[in-house]
Design a protein. Structure first.
Length: 261
């Protein structure tokens, strides 16, 4: 179901710190956008082991943090992971999306640090959002926003768990999420990854503090070459509390092509 601009305007200041920080934490928990690979171990020189990933993708619906922003979105991302020491790395990324459904274009610029603390991987990050058509599309909403976030990720055998806390300066509110996934290797080149995520908003573009949404997804990574992976997915968004007024429960899907260097 296509949402009108007014149905999302009050809640659509969204961004990609979740993608940056969860990725920096080294987990595979999906937060709705691409991921930045963890840094490899340092080689002889600092920049000998810089990792880079380029992603392009298509989503039937652009959901973020439980809010439906637009439909028929194409997007691209460039991410760098720079090792600063054996356990500390710097991540830099840029993510851009455009909708064929409404006039909506968004650019997210992010930077963060990832620390392998042994017991867990900890990420600290910052994101700057630029909304070229307003945060709700077609000239509505604000033009930009800023956010900081802290994440913790841990692999427990075949299961990855991750938690994130984010503070949005525009909303003067917080967003919290807890996610889990369990990759299943079917062959050397094909996997099935079921995942689940639940979120909570503390006055996050709302006067209320309540659970925000549940996301259930299954992705199917297909390794095409040593450096290229194609990942189709299907997902379901279940609106809770603070998003029920703006967003319907929706089944959607998409595909992503990732190339690493």
């Amino acid at each position: 179901m296509t949402k009108t601009n007014t149905s999302i305007q009050g809640a659509a200041i969204l961004g990609s710190l979740a993608l940056a920080a969860s990725a920096f934490a080294g987990t595979t928990v999906s937060t709705g956008k691409g991921t930045v690979p963890p840094a490899p171990a340092p080689a002889a020189g600092l920049f000998d082991s810089v990792g880079a990933t380029v992603d392009i993708g298509y989503d039937t619906h652009y959901f973020f943090r439980g809010f439906l922003i637009s439909e028929q979105n194409v997007w691209g991302q460039v991410a760098l992971s720079v090792p600063l020491s054996e356990k500390l790395s710097l991540g830099l990324g840029a993510w851009y999306t455009s909708s064929a459904d409404i006039s909506y274009d968004e650019l997210d610029l992010n930077a963060g640090l990832s620390l392998d603390a042994g017991f867990a991987k900890i990420g600290l990050g910052y994101t700057r959002y630029e909304f070229f058509d307003g945060s709700a599309g077609e000239g509505n909403g604000v033009d930009s926003a800023d956010e900081i976030g802290l994440t913790v990720g841990k692999a427990l055998g075949p299961v990855n768990i991750g938690a994130g806390y984010y503070y949005d300066f525009e909303a003067e509110g917080s967003y919290i999420e807890l996610g889990i996934d369990a990759p299943i290797a079917v062959t050397d080149t094909f996997s099935i990854v079921p995942a689940a995520l639940v979120s909570y908003g503390d006055e996050y573009y709302s006067t209320d503090s309540d659970f925000q949404h549940v996301k259930l997804s299954v992705s199917f990574p297909i390794k095409l070459t040593a450096t290229a992976t194609l990942t189709p997915y299907v997902a379901g968004n279940i609106a809770l509390g603070t998003t029920e007024e703006f967003t319907d429960d929706t089944l959607y899907g998409g595909v992503k092509l990732s190339v690493s260097f």
